[in-house]
Design a protein around this ligand. Sequence first.
Ligand code: AMP
Length: 170
Amino acid sequence: MNLGDKIRDVPDFPKPGIVFKDIMPLLADAEALREAVEQIAAWAEPRKPDLILGAEARGYITGGALACRLGAGFVAARKPGKLPWRTVAAKYALEYGFDSLEVHADAIQKGQRVLIHDDVLATGGTAKATVELVEQLGGQVVGLPFIIELEFLNGRDRLDGYDVYSLLQY
Ligand code: AMP
């Protein structure tokens, strides 16, 4: 199966000039969903993660499936103010201005092996912020698998020294 056939390009979303890579057709296709999770799991398994950290919001879907498949726990990185317990935060740059992500302060124990997962690696700002969150809590980032990598945005450069993987490159 060609997983790329299940990614829908949506021009000018969420703003003019952006081509949004929509993974919903892939998620809705049972065979494609299983294939994507299995391929990422095959890459992730030897890295022996204790936890999968998924970024809000699409990172939760395949992140949860991956955690279950790998026998790992799941940690949610959320936008500010959404998590009910004590949190740690990391700020990251957007095209205009800043945003931040939070995780629960007790979500990761010192020395735990953490895999960071999201649907798309674009500029790498989101992924870099989640790396900082994991490391603030004493976790070890053992890999960053994505479904899609937008290579022309050079997100990988911001994650220099980390083990980055993607199923589909554009
Ligand atoms: P980044 O620039 O790597 O920090 O990406 C920011 C977030 O927006 C990530 O969670 C991506 O999933 C999402 N994102 C960025 N660009 C796109 C795109 N062209 N299509 C779909 N999602 C995107």
